[in-house]
Design a protein around this ligand. Structure first.
Ligand code: NAP
Ligand code: MN
Length: 270
C-alpha cells in the first residue's frame, strides 16, 4: 500500500466527484494523509485535459510527485482506470506493487528582441507557435544552430512522446513510444513554393539536439501555446525548444499495459 501524502485534481462533474469521495475515504482509511500543497501522489479524476492541468499545478515539485489517473469518459491516454471499473484500483493498491513510469517533457524558452528571456516553461503534450491574428507564421527553423528550413504556414507544433498522440497526431505526425528520449517537430499547414520550402514530414530530434525558431516578423502578434495555456507576445526574437534534462513526469502503474496497447485501445479499438 502507498504511504504518504496525497492530493486530488478532479474535473467537477458528478461522476468524477463521486469517485473522488470514494477514493478519498479509502486513502484516509489506509493511513494516507491529504496534503494539497506538497503531495507524494496526485490522483487525477477526469480526462487527459485534467491530467494536463494536474501536471501544471504541480510543475514546481514534479520530482516529488507521482500521478495516477482515473478517466471519467472514454479511456484516456494518460489514464489506467476507467470510471466503470475504478473500484479495481482499491484492490490493486492493497495487493500489488506499482511500477513507476517516467516520461520526457519539452522545455521552451522564448526571447524578446533585446535578448531577454520572456518566458521559460515545460509542456507535457506540446508547444505550438503561430500568429495570434490568424495570418501566416513565417520563421526560420534551425537545428543545433544550423539553418534547416524557411517555414511559412499556420504554425509549428513541437510535441513530447506522450503528446504525440494529441495535437501532433491530428497533424499527421508519428506516434512515438515514450520510452524514447526524443521530441517531434510537426508543421501546421505549411505553404510550399519557391521561397518557402519545408520538408513536409515531421522530424524527430534527439535529447541532445536544440530546435530554434526565429520568426521573421519579430514585432508581430506571436501566440505560444503550452498544452492548454496560451501566451501572446508582441515582440519575439527566438524560441528555443529542447527535451528537458531536469524534469520528467512520473505515473504510477498497477497494470502493465504496453504503450502500443494503449494506442490500439484509444485509436483502433480492441
Ligand atoms: P480538448 O479540446 O478537450 O482536447 C482535445 C482532445 O485531445 C481531447 O479528446 C483530449 O482528451 C485529448 N488529449 C489530450 N491529451 C492527449 C494525449 N496526450 N493523447 C491523446 N489524446 C489527448 O482540450 P484539453 O483536454 O484541454 O487538451 C489540450 C490538448 O488538446 C492540447 O495539448 C492539444 O494536444 C490538443 N489539441 C488538439 C487539437 C487537434 O487535434 N486538432 C487542436 C488543439 C489542441 P480528453 O477528452 O480526455 O481531455
Ligand atoms: Mn479535454
Amino acid at each position: 500500500m502507498l504511504k504518504g501524502k496525497f492530493a486530488f485534481v478532479t474535473r467537477d462533474d458528478e461522476l468524477s466527484l463521486e469517485i473522488k469521495n470514494d477514493l478519498y475515504k479509502f486513502l484516509i482509511n489506509n493511513g494516507l494523509v491529504e496534503d494539497v500543497d506538497s503531495p507524494n501522489y496526485v490522483f487525477v479524476i477526469g480526462g487527459d485535459g485534467t491530467v494536463l492541468s494536474a501536471f501544471r499545478k504541480y510543475l514546481d515539485i514534479l520530482s516529488d510527485v507521482n500521478f495516477l489517473s482515473i478517466h471519467t469518459g472514454h479511456l484516456g491516454f494518460y489514464t489506467d482506470y476507467q470510471a466503470k471499473d475504478y473500484e479495481n484500483l482499491f484492490e490493486d493498491m492493497i495487493v500489488k506493487n506499482p511500477k513507476l513510469e517516467s516520461y520526457p517533457l519539452v522545455v521552451v524558452e522564448a526571447y524578446c528582441q533585446n535578448g531577454n528571456l520572456l518566458s521559460k516553461n515545460y509542456a507535457l503534450n506540446e508547444i505550438t507557435l503561430n500568429n495570434a491574428l490568424g495570418s501566416t507564421y513565417i520563421a526560420e527553423i534551425f537545428v543545433d544552430d544550423e539553418h534547416f528550413e524557411n517555414f511559412r504556414g499556420d504554425g509549428i507544433c513541437i510535441s513530447t512522446p506522450t503528446g504525440s498522440t494529441a495535437y501532433n497526431k491530428s497533424l499527421g505526425g508519428a506516434v512515438i513510444n515514450p520510452n524514447l528520449d526524443v521530441f517531434q517537430v510537426t508543421e501546421i499547414a505549411a505553404l510550399n513554393n519557391l521561397v518557402y520550402r519545408t520538408l513536409g514530414n515531421s522530424i524527430v530530434l534527439s535529447k541532445d539536439e536544440v530546435l530554434t525558431i526565429k520568426p521573421k516578423n519579430q514585432n508581430h502578434n506571436h501566440r505560444l501555446s503550452i498544452d492548454q495555456s496560451y501566451y501572446s507576445f508582441d515582440s519575439l526574437s527566438k524560441v528555443i525548444v529542447t527535451l528537458s534534462k531536469t524534469k520528467k513526469v512520473t505515473f504510477i502503474r498497477y497494470n502493465e499495459v504496453s504503450f502500443w496497447k494503449r494506442v490500439k485501445r484509444s485509436f483502433i479499438g480492441e
